[in-house]
Write a protein that binds this ligand. Sequence first.
Ligand SMILES: [Zn+2]
Ligand SMILES: [Zn+2]
Length: 607
Amino acid sequence: MAPKPISPPPIPDDYPHSDLYRIRHSLAHIMAQAVLEKFPGAKIAIGPPIDYGFYYDFDLPRPIKEEDLADIEARMREIIAEGHAFTRRVIAPDEARELFRDQPYKLELIEDILSRGTDEYGNPLPPGEQPVLTTYKHATFEDLCRGPHVDNTRDINPKAFKLMSIAGAYWRGDETKPMLTRIYGTAWRTPKELRQYLQWREEAQKRDHRRLGKELGLFVFAPDEIGPGIPLFTPKGEIVRHLLESYVREVQTRYGFTHVWTGHIVREDLYARSGHLQNYADVMFPPMVDGDDRYRLKPMNCPSHMTLYKKMGRHSYRELPLRFSEFATVYRYEKKGELHGLTRVRSLTQDDCHIFLMPEQIQSEFAMLLDLVQEILGRFGLTNYQVRLSLRGEGGKYVDDPEKWNAAEAALRNALNASGLDYTEAYGEAAFYGPKADFVARDTLGREWQLSTIQVDFIQPARLGLTYIGPDGEEHTPVVLHRAIMGSTERFLGVLIEHYAGAFPVWLAPVQVVVLPIADRHAAHAQRLAGRLRTEGLRVEVDADSETLNYRIRRAEKAKIPYMLVVGDREMENGTVAVRMRSRKNLGTMTVDAFLARIRADIEAGT
Ligand SMILES: [Zn+2]
Ligand SMILES: [Zn+2]
């Protein structure tokens, strides 16, 4: 069952200079006018266009309700029909302070523009632009603004926008500052684009992995008991996790990887030597102190794998590339406000790998890794991706060894060219210790997810004193490639739940078959049948509850169980099963062997 692709209308290239951007920005102003009319005394903060629409933040004299949105929207349509021109003017600082004397948030932004040279939202200006105090006015509403806007409100299609939701937002994103009311709207050029967007958004909400994870009984969170951002996987959820990891492990083994295990806590000293303590302290949990010893929960595996390499004894160039892979749970101190379902968590299991090799092996190893990534992502139907090659830029942050950089960058580029993969180069995006390649995959909803990463490292191996004996009999420092394909099992599972809308392919479904006896007298037969299918390696449940058959069928469909086998008198007598699929397709009656052949073919095909 290939998921049906659905996408939002495209965002124009060079969006900030597009007509769509002007439409949305103008609607933010029109909405602010309508809100000020409905809530006299409201204070206005900022109102920029965003990817799919616009918002404006307000400090309102009374709480706003969803019902208010309809009134505001209706008034916005009137304002559009009135046909007001947008006019720009440059104003002097004192005039600006006078104009916005009742608007404290605007006064703060004016002082920022004057003293810090920011834009009208308090953000740094794009390079090459000078700070200016300008306003845009239409009808009765004048805003501190650099534009651009439409010429006239009539340039906006009144049927191509919609106010979507209300949310709380701290002034300047700062938890210590006042909480404002943010009203979100979406806007497009045509009603048709609006309909397409709304349909896409509805589908995205239906697929939200936090909602589906609960409905399908895959995982729970217990922020008060266990802690925020630490998912607990149910028996069903753990089956999927385990299948993902064992699949990746099996493919990796075929590609010549070995697997290691390195525990959960590490002496803090090691992170001081590797450089993590200096650079990543803010994402590490605080230390555990044991007398004079200090330990940390592992935030990453690199120093552990490198220590393992070192402690295994002397290495010869003949052993290289040596590939250590581990499904390692690491702990990151993410801010509570930034945690999000499975995609942003505090405990995550990386499919982490470190490859120790000679510099001249980078190209062939990278070429092999490109094949590996494509095979694994392809198994999940993630075949639409872009590779981003991050290269060294100007400036002093990069390790000063131009020869190594040139060689490594050329090796990655050559391998990418030979692979025929679509890739872009990003100058100045490399880490200070080497170039890297990221895979950004598109899911069925056209959303981009950065999944796999392959990172070259010239620094840590030297810092931690790793060596190998080269063909010349001398000691050399190996290069290390850091590599993850899923990224983390948790995040990848979150992406897959949304990608498949919870209907996992048969090989990955936590329950593959449910047997439904028609009446009580068929229950024992159903249990025997389930037992037989289990001995064939299938994951099977029996639903012999007292509800009607139709009810139990609907329940199995909702649980997205790929196959339902209905058994009654006739099936018992003939040794057959009546087969239904979760897509509601009825496959009719077949022998148990015929069913087994069918489900095995599905598992084999990965569908
Ligand atoms: Zn504006
Ligand atoms: Zn690493």
